[in-house]
Design a protein around this ligand. Sequence first.
Ligand code: HEC
Ligand code: HEC
Length: 208
Amino acid sequence: MRVLVLLLFSCVASLAQADEQALQRFNQLNADPLLRQQAYAAGQERIRFCGNCHGENGNSKRPHIPNLAEQNPVYLFNAFEKFASGERKDYVMSQLAPNLSLEERVNVAIYFGQQKLLAHSEPVDPALRQQGEVLFKTICTGCHGVNAEGRDTTPRLAGQPAEYLRRALTRFRDKDPSRAGSVMMSIAADFSDAQIAALAVYLQQLQP
Ligand code: HEC
Ligand code: HEC
């Protein structure tokens, strides 16, 4: 028991330390354009493989894969931490995440955060879109921002593929263990499939 507690404590301590170190690094990069450029270049080297799914420019190649372009770097970094620690699970990402060093995760987050999000051009059902807008403005803007642009620890949702959003929201609602512990579980708990579809359609077409 004592060993377990100690082990748990050292895990939590090292996670907290990593967060602190990463935030320091982000602040340092924000303040220094030259360092930021170097981090960007290193990130670009590192993401070749990621580009197969997320696109070299962070615009995903499949509708069930999230865009990383213009996503908040700290959110991207945290998502990586969650895949590495097992709090969030995905077949590919859970294997990739532990292999990147803290420095590489920061660089990759800087690289993708600076890519431009491309607009979706598929036509949408105006009634569905409007239903999504009402829901979003009533429930979600406090955390995700008025235009779904996100904050440091809350992801940007504007411009994400509708299919990815639909799947993510359905998992939250169904308390799928792949995103255990997320604040989104209680928020999505009572949503119908139709409401989830409306939110997804509205958010996909929001201009970044
Ligand atoms: C084989 C396809 C594939 C490859 C390669 C891949 N990813 Fe992913 N990635 C995914 C999928 C699918 C998800 C969504 C998982 C989920 O639904 O939770 C994801 C999620 C993410 C997220 C979380 C985004 C969010 O909005 O929450 C980040 C960050 C990420 N990937 C970064 C990377 C990086 C960096 C690499 C390269 C080192 C990479 N991925 C390689 C498929 C891939
Ligand atoms: C209390 C604050 C809060 C509210 C309110 C909130 N969210 Fe979130 N949301 C978060 C946080 C924090 C995360 C990231 C944590 C995580 O990965 O689970 C998140 C993650 C998400 C994701 C996953 C994004 C990704 O890239 O994987 C979606 C989709 C989402 N929220 C949609 C919504 C919608 C739609 C609403 C309104 C119905 C909403 N959220 C309301 C805090 C909130």
